[in-house]
Design a protein around this ligand. Structure first.
Ligand SMILES: [Zn+2]
Length: 253
């Protein structure tokens, strides 16, 4: 149910054709998980909060450092040394007290990933490395939870919406996790842009309108200001979502 305050706060999105009060109710009833509360995660959790997602869980094990402050907009000078989910939740609750925010100060691993993502409606990738992304991708496929992948590097960004059972997964696209640089160059504007697109995808996916990036990767190049798409192809032998799945399982035993 929407309250009178909800109707006022979200009025400008409720009047959007095809969204309406039904769309807003769906956002309010949803639980979205943000993995990583850095450049992408801060902007993602902020726009999820503005949009009225009912429950947001943010997961990160890092503490705020001075070198984060060129891009991680929910962490301020006075937060240096604080755990990122704690620093972020404090601001998010001030932006919108009607949202339930859960902070989880943990590193996502093979052992805890299934417990962390259990029961959520959408998982958002705010990570800076492919190794953990692959762990998350496999868990989302196992639990059939949509996964909004994104990555940034300098002025480059990429984003794809993975819907298990419907679209290729991350392991279909990359047969092995690409090696991530230890320190990725980045301007604050790149994750801000890509994070906005991730939340746009999330809103459409939950409310059920528009077209999402299912089965497509969107690439953004800020140096040339070009957007490009790649149609993604499902790998029938994929070790995560395809025929290779059983083999990989048997191999593990
Ligand atoms: Zn796959």
């Amino acid at each position: 149910m929407l309250s009178d305050d909800d109707r006022i706060r979200y009025g400008r999105q409720i009047i959007y054709p095809g969204f309406g009060e039904i769309g807003q109710k769906r956002l309010k009833a949803s639980h979205v998980l943000v993995i990583g509360e850095g450049g992408l995660g801060c902007a993602v959790s902020m726009y999820l909060t503005y949009a009225g997602i009912g429950h947001i869980t943010i997961v990160d094990d890092d503490s705020v450092e001075l070198s984060n402050l060129n891009r991680q907009m929910l962490h301020w000078e006075g937060d240096i040394g604080k755990k990122k989910p704690v620093s972020a939740a404090h601001k998010l609750r001030k932006i919108n007290s009607g949202i339930r925010i859960t902070s989880v100060c943990k590193k996502v691993t093979e052992d805890n990933v299934d417990e962390i993502i259990k029961g959520v409606d959408v998982v958002i990738d705010g990570l800076d490395n492919f190794k953990t992304r692959f762990v998350l991708n496999a868990a989302c496929v196992r639990q059939k939870i949509p996964f909004i992948h994104a990555g940034v590097n300098g002025l480059l960004g990429q984003i794809a919406t993975i819907v298990p059972g419907k679209t290729p997964c991350l392991a279909c696209i990359y047969s092995t996790p690409p090696v991530s640089e230890e320190t990725i160059p980045v301007f604050g504007v790149t994750p801000a842009l890509v994070a906005s697109l991730q939340v746009m995808e999330t809103i459409k996916l939950i409310a059920g309108f528009g077209e999402t990036l299912q089965g497509r990767m969107l690439y953004f190049n800020g140096e040339t200001m070009e957007f490009a798409y790649e149609e993604l192809v499902k790998n029938p032998k994929c070790s995560v979502c395809g025929a290779g799945r059983r083999k990989a399982k048997e191999h593990r035993k």
